[in-house]
Design a protein around this ligand. Structure first.
Ligand code: ASP
Length: 332
């Protein structure tokens, strides 16, 4: 009896030593974090607007973390492939996600989602809300938004609108654009709007919606035509471009919020370190300046937090779900 009790006491002691040692090891691992480069997954093509945001903040986050932040582009299926990659990654802080509001439209658009962004990812913070622009190839015979609409109506069987796949920002903007004009046009999906921009520059597609982080320099350089910016007010980087509202599409606004996540179960100490690195990057003067040149700005500090992103994602999924159901668009 006594022997049995002793064994029990000993095994409890052994268990607690084991638990203590493992807690200590994981604390040491977290204390040492990061001790190797971190991969930031961007679910769209390199050189596009989401990628540009990631690379801009990634460089400064590297300084704050004392380790390189490497960008990996995992494009396809409107950003769901790259997002799914992070949801399934090891929760050790070495794989993080930079994704935009498409993360909130995907659950209503895709019938076979392999992850639930509200449960399988840990929020770090909101990054920036980027306006979109409606842009067209240089030789389109239209110079204003109204002229573009007239041209589209007259040529609806010929024109093509590019996007970055179902669930992308350009897809959502294009859906809203077509539904508010009651127009049904041919859409051409790409893995991101960088390859779409290449085709727009080459004249293979006619027009698209895309973030200012991809279109500002092309509009300024007159390589493409800018018809309108989709924010409520004009954009300081493109002051001559009217808002969609001013140009005739009353109430048509769309902004592309971006957030950062880690896989579910990433230890809090690691997430806290990433929150700090994100906040350091978003107050960096070079980041603020680069964002301004690209027509955007960091989110306010109180939104650069896990709590703000968690609440925002839930609200956005609830906002988009009825709109998408009504539109009847979906993908497998
Ligand atoms: N602008 C793209 C979108 O429409 C994403 C990208 O290529 O970064 O979602």
């Amino acid at each position: 009896m006594l022997q049995k009790k002793l064994i029990t006491v000993m095994s409890v002691a052994a268990l607690s030593i084991a638990a203590f040692t493992s807690a200590l090891t994981s604390q040491t691992a977290q204390a040492a974090y990061p001790d190797k480069p971190i991969t930031m997954i961007v679910p769209f093509s390199a050189g596009g607007p989401t990628d540009t945001v990631a690379r801009t903040i990634g460089q400064v986050m590297s300084k704050s973390l004392g380790q390189q932040v490497l960008i990996e582009n995992v494009g396809g299926a409107g950003g769901t492939i790259g997002t799914g990659r992070v949801a399934a990654a090891n929760p050790d802080g070495y794989t993080i996600l930079l994704m935009h509001f498409g993360i909130s439209t995907a659950p209503s658009l895709y019938r076979n989602m392999k992850y639930d962004a509200t449960k399988d990812l840990e929020p770090i913070g909101l990054v920036t809300e980027v306006p979109m622009t409606i842009v067209g190839k240089k030789d389109l015979p239209a110079n204003t938004l109204n002229e573009l609409i007239t041209y589209l109506r007259a040529n609806k069987s010929k024109v093509s609108m590019a996007n970055a796949g179902i669930g992308s920002a350009s897809h959502a903007c294009g859906m809203l654009f077509m539904s508010s004009l009651e127009l049904d046009l041919l859409t051409v999906p790409y893995k991101g709007t960088q390859p779409a921009m290449t085709d727009l520059l080459g004249g293979q597609v006619d027009f698209m919606c895309d973030q200012t982080t991809n279109t500002t320099s092309q509009i300024k350089g007159e390589k493409i035509k800018g018809f309108a910016v989709t924010s409520k007010t004009r954009n300081a980087a493109l002051p001559n471009l009217p808002t969609t509202d001013e140009a005739g599409m009353k109430g048509f606004t769309i902004g592309v919020w971006h957030g950062m996540w880690t896989p579910k179960s990433t230890p809090k100490a690691i997430n806290d370190r990433l929150v700090k690195a994100l906040q350091d990057a978003l107050k960096d003067k070079d980041v603020i300046e680069r964002f301004a040149n690209l027509g955007t700005a960091p989110e306010p500090l109180n939104r650069q937090t896990p709590e703000a992103l968690r609440a925002h994602l839930i609200a956005e999924i609830a906002k988009w779900s009825p709109i998408i159901k009504k539109a009847g668009v979906y993908a497998e």
